[in-house]
Design a protein around this ligand. Structure first.
Ligand SMILES: [Zn+2]
Length: 414
């Protein structure tokens, strides 16, 4: 059984932090389909549209009928571990640093067999297992066989902890503590075992609801942070930048406005200033130290979370300028991800549907509660995914957007 992870010892500040090593990153264009599924937390394999044969490894043509029509479909991953071994040598530095590796051959119920990592809680072969596809430290899909039923402390297994961004024992910056989402976020991170949480407060002189409750949580420290002010962001980075393991950027400016409903550009500018430039300021101030601490022992820097909006995918005209600012933030977040990937910091983009707050009052339910959004962010960190579409509305919009972005654009225009 996996040993529960314990609170890491305080680091000797004189010791140098090593650079992270990464598992091999090269994948073929077809194999990236596996990564695309893992990024959303789904184990997908190609299934032949002509004969129904499930394929693994990913390929250009069906192994049974040579058809080229091989769309990706979610799999339950059940199967039998039929053989296993322990690897005591590797030419790859990343693998060599973490020897030995338990690997095995799983015959999936869906048909194909796969060589996979085997979690240490899986009994000796032959045994039933559940294969999932996880993003590894290179942000590429890797298959791992887990026990058929969850075991205690399963997530604390070193191999699995490397692939995820579990908030347990980590130090986290939540950029906006004044909103209901920010406050729910802090509480749920505490429940998930976070070591320390800094909650940003743009106007510390203002007494806003929830401040006292938040300040009374021992793990939470309120700090002045205004994303529209470059100096404020840099001062904070100077103070705590070297300790933050996870950044959760939930600060946003949101008004229900389209092009013609509000004259002038003041609101649009304010939205861009927080939602887009705020992210840029934050990334420039906190990005370098986060990247430098990616191999900093068992409580290393691991993740950057952006709370975007499903409106980032396709403009929702009633909230047109807000949608545009979130689309800009989404594009920047993709750039941030590409830069962070080289240092094994995972950038998680969260796309919530309409949240049950004052700016979405005129939108029909279902709407997301702040605690449901906070819960799904904690889940995303624990499972180590990259993209999260939170709530029924966001899921449906995402599916429609993936199916045909033009059709979604027309539907939203009505
Ligand atoms: Zn076929």
């Amino acid at each position: 059984m996996a040993t529960p992870v314990t609170r890491p010892k305080r680091k000797n500040p004189v010791l140098r932090t090593r650079l992270p090593t990464l598992p091999p990153q090269a994948r073929s264009r077809i194999a990236l389909g596996l990564t695309a599924g893992a990024a959303r937390g789904v184990f997908e394999l190609q299934v032949c549209e002509d004969c129904g044969t499930v394929q693994y490894p990913p390929r250009e043509a069906c192994r049974a009928c040579l058809s080229a029509r091989l769309p990706w479909h979610p799999q339950d991953g059940t199967g039998e571990l039929i053989a296993e071994t322990r690897l005591h040598h590797s030419q790859e530095l990343y693998f060599r640093e973490r020897l030995p590796w338990r690997i095995g051959l799983v015959r999936l119920d869906a048909g194909p067999s796969a060589v996979v990592h085997v979690h240490n809680d899986v009994a000796r072969a032959p045994v039933r297992v559940r294969v999932t596809s996880q993003l590894d430290r290179s942000n590429q899909a890797a298959l791992i066989a887990l026990p058929e039923h969850a075991t205690p402390h399963m997530a604390d297994d070193p191999e699995l902890r490397e692939m995820t961004c579990d908030p347990k024992f980590r130090k986290i910056l939540v950029t906006d503590g004044k909103t209901a989402v920010g406050q729910a976020m802090c509480q749920q991170l505490v429940d998930a075992g976070a070591d320390l949480i800094w909650a940003g407060w743009a106007e510390p002189w203002k007494k806003l609801p929830g401040l006292d409750t938040l300040a009374s949580i021992p793990q939470v420290t309120l700090i002045p942070l205004d994303l529209s002010n470059e100096r404020s962001v840099q001062v904070l980075a100077g103070e705590i930048g070297g300790k933050v393991d996870i950044v959760i950027n939930n600060a946003e400016y949101h008004r229900a406005a389209s092009i013609s409903t509000r004259p002038g550009t003041d609101v649009a500018r304010a939205e861009m200033d927080i939602n887009y430039f705020g992210l840029l300021r934050l990334a420039q101030a906190f990005g370098p130290t986060l990247r430098a601490r990616a191999a900093d022992g068992p409580a290393n820097a691991v993740a950057w979370v952006n709370v975007l909006s499903i409106y980032a995918l396709s403009n929702f005209p009633a909230h047109g300028t807000f949608s545009a600012s979130k689309a800009a933030a989404y594009s920047l977040a993709q750039c941030l991800r590409a830069e962070m990937m080289k240092s094994a910091i995972r950038v998680i983009n969260v796309f919530p549907g309409p949240i049950d707050d004052e700016w979405n009052q005129l939108i029909m339910p279902p709407k997301l509660t702040p605690s449901a959004l906070a819960q799904s962010i904690v889940e995303a960190l624990r499972s180590g995914v990259e993209d999260v579409y939170v709530g029924d509305v966001a899921q449906e919009w995402f599916n429609r957007w993936r199916d045909n972005p033009k059709v979604l654009e027309r539907e939203l225009a009505r």
